[in-house]
Design a protein around this ligand. Structure first.
Ligand SMILES: *Cc1c(COP(=O)(O)O)cnc(C)c1O
Length: 361
């Protein structure tokens, strides 16, 4: 089984740890003596409730989430949070600040404009989102209901290397593509959320970590299912939660814990990314999309500047067992997504391939 697996550099859904898949496989028809699959269980059964609570406790421990924060397991997709956040939070003052540093923060900003007055704290679109602004460059409004940003720009390959300082204004952060890849001081945030399909579990689960006191300012027309208060009061079980994904998240969290927790993940992250950036910087053919100092440790974007040569690279890489390296249409070129579950060995081998390609072309 191991031999036939490729090195999968997909941006999402993406690679999961092999041991997690094997464990899920071994339990798939009979979960620990229950006589059934986790996929077949009532979400109200004791056996599933145990999985649910243990998974939540594991995340709380791993991320050191303070007591006054709730952990929600929702089905909205990360994109559903683009609406849920303004619907629930903007009612406080009617205003919010958005830092637009890529595609997803741009979409979130556009959605929020339906519900209130939005100020751009920054917009890096003028240079095709190739950098992250510094703190001094952010335009802040101290009457904003919240400040919104995306910690890692999956498409452009940039990552914030600091947490913005916004005073009393709650920080709301999309960590879909870098959650659990470094330690985070959760107490600095109002909400951290992430679609699970990049670093945590299969697609279908959205994890929301919310400071309890932030809920309860929803606009009057907020749909029941988009109301944080509904989900907090019902413990994410107002309706059927994404049971299988929650179970898979639990397995991934065990794997993260066994591999040094967020600190261990951060070391591996920069080990992988460092190797790749070094090889690209030393090459004749390749340039990186992101400025030095803004480069992502999760999504490495690069190109040759020649579309035909890029296509040749992607094709030959796939033949050599390195798949899903084609860049997003907004950046062109290539993108190597190297999330937590990407083995260091996969990146070492990709580096060898890049060196060889650089020589031959
Ligand atoms: C993938 C991604 C999204 C979109 O996630 P969906 O679950 O498909 O809605 C949003 N934000 C970031 C940073 C992402 O990487």
């Amino acid at each position: 089984m191991t031999n036939s697996r490729v090195y999968n550099f997909a941006a999402g859904p993406s690679v999961l740890p092999l041991s997690v898949l094997e464990r899920a496989g071994s339990e798939i028809t009979n979960y620990r003596g229950s006589g059934m699959s986790v996929m077949e269980m009532s979400h109200r059964s004791k056996v599933f409730m145990d999985i649910f609570q243990e998974t939540r406790d594991k995340l709380r421990r791993l991320m050191n989430i303070p007591e006054d924060y709730r952990i929600l397991f929702l089905q909205t997709g990360a994109s559903g949070q683009f609406s849920m956040i303004p619907l629930n939070l903007i009612g406080k003052t009617g205003k919010a600040d958005y830092a637009v540093t890529g595609n997803f923060s741009g979409l979130a900003c556009k959605e929020a404009k339906k519900y209130g007055q939005i100020s751009l704290a920054c917009d890096t679109g003028g240079r095709n989102h190739s950098y992250i602004p510094r703190q001094e460059e952010l335009k802040l409004d101290n009457e904003a209901s919240y400040f919104y940003y995306c910690a890692n720009n999956t498409i452009y390959g940039t990552e914030w290397d600091y947490v913005p300082e916004t005073g009393e204004v709650p920080l709301i952060c999309d960590m879909s593509s870098n959650i659990l890849s470094m330690p985070v001081d959760v107490s600095r945030f109002g909400i951290i959320y992430a679609g699970a399909q990049k670093n945590m579990a299969p697609a279908g689960l959205t994890v929301v970590i919310i400071k309890d006191s932030l809920a309860g300012h929803e606009l009057p027309f907020t749909p029941l299912m988009m109301n944080y208060r509904t989900m907090i009061d019902k413990d994410s079980m107002y309706n059927t939660p994404p049971c299988w994904c929650i179970y898979m998240l639990g397995l991934t969290l065990d794997w993260v814990a066994e591999n040094g927790g967020p600190e261990g993940m951060e070391k591996l992250k920069w080990q992988r990314a460092g190797m790749l950036y070094d090889v690209l910087d030393a090459s004749r053919l390749f340039t990186c999309h992101a400025d030095k100092g803004s480069r992502s440790g999760m999504n490495v974007t690069f190109r040759t500047g020649d579309e035909e040569l890029d296509a040749k690279f992607v094709k030959e890489a796939a033949q050599a067992g390195f798949v899903n390296l084609k860049g997003h249409r907004l950046t062109g070129g290539m993108r190597a997504s190297i999330y937590n579950a990407m083995p260091v060995e996969g990146v070492e081998k990709l580096c060898d391939f890049i060196r060889a390609f650089d020589k031959q072309n």
